[in-house]
Design a protein around this ligand. Structure first.
Ligand code: NAP
Length: 262
């Protein structure tokens, strides 16, 4: 019988006061893990901490970070790891700005690189130290279906998440012997603030009602609906668990069938 039990495990989850990150924090806590959540707004962080399950006597914590200020992030997260270790690392940040290949400048790519790649690579390098000592670790990178099927108006996401994907594959095979797994989740379309924002932007550009954009989006998905953040979180909990011990170096799509390629 499969029953996910993460008691005694410590998880660090990025961008976790709303959307996918929050759902992941809630799910991992309900499986018994102690969670550290990260975002900018301290009031929201404190509120989410109160919502996390504590029935396994776990301690939850938060760090105030700004993923857009890489230098500051590096210093804050380094300080955190001086007195903390992590068994489960969920690399998730806010999304990069939308925009097409004609709109984005070299500077925009640099900003997206710091946001998506450097935060992931640096946090992972710190987390790996104790994971290697313990011969256990789970690195879970929330990426996007855009890695497999680039989305025209999300060129920054398409480009930089692809770099995260190949880096993760390299890391997975380099570290596999240590009981540490590294996997990417290819996110489809989920009902979060990020998607609402993108839909509003598109509706404004096209001069149509935002509900028309949502309808079109839902119709493009074989399941005819967008995903619920908790559905995403179930996959993270599985990957974090002992049941996923032989899964590493993979890209797992969760998209209601949206990705068309094999
Ligand atoms: N939702 C989807 O359908 C979808 C699809 C593909 C990929 N993704 C990706 O999944 C990730 C999470 O998206 P989501 O939909 O869950 O977003 P969301 O609901 O908008 O949540 C964003 C979270 O990030 C935090 N945040 C925003 N800016 C930040 C910053 N500069 N520094 C630190 N934290 C920041 C927010 O809290 P504060 O504002 O308090 O900081 C919040 O907790 C993004 O990278 C997104 O591109 C999402």
């Amino acid at each position: 019988m499969m029953k996910i039990n993460l008691t005694g495990k410590k998880a660090l989850v990025g961008a976790s006061t709303s959307g996918l990150g929050k759902a992941i924090a809630i799910q991992l806590a309900s499986c018994g893990a102690s969670i550290t959540i990260m975002a900018r707004n301290e009031t929201k962080l404190k509120t989410v901490i109160q919502e996390l399950d504590t029935s396994f006597n776990q301690n939850h914590n938060y760090i105030v970070v700004d993923f857009y200020d890489y230098r500051d992030y590096e210093s804050v997260i380094s300080k955190y790891f001086q007195s903390n270790s992590v068994d489960i690392l969920v690399n998730n940040t806010n999304g990069p700005e939308a925009g097409t290949v004609f709109e984005k400048t070299s500077e925009d790519y640099q900003i997206a690189f710091d946001l998506l790649f450097k935060t992931t690579q640096f946090t992972t390098s710190l987390a790996l130290k104790s994971m290697q000592e313990n011969n256990f670790g789970r690195i879970i990178n929330a990426t996007s279906m855009s890695v497999k099927e680039p989305i025209n108006h999300l060129v920054l996401s398409n480009s930089i998440r692809a770099a995260v994907t190949t880096w993760a594959k390299t890391l997975a095979s380099s570290i596999a012997i240590s009981g540490i797994t590294v996997n990417n989740i290819l996110t489809g379309i989920f009902d979060t603030e990020r998607i609402k924002e993108l839909n509003h932007k598109k509706a404004k550009e096209l001069g149509v009602d935002v509900n028309a954009i949502l309808d079109e989006l839902q119709n493009s998905i074989p399941m005819k609906r967008i995903g619920k953040p908790e559905e995403f979180a179930y996959l993270v909990a599985f990957l974090a668990s002992e049941y996923a011990s032989y899964i590493t170096g993979t890209n797992i799509a969760i998209d209601g069938g949206l990705i068309k390629s094999l």
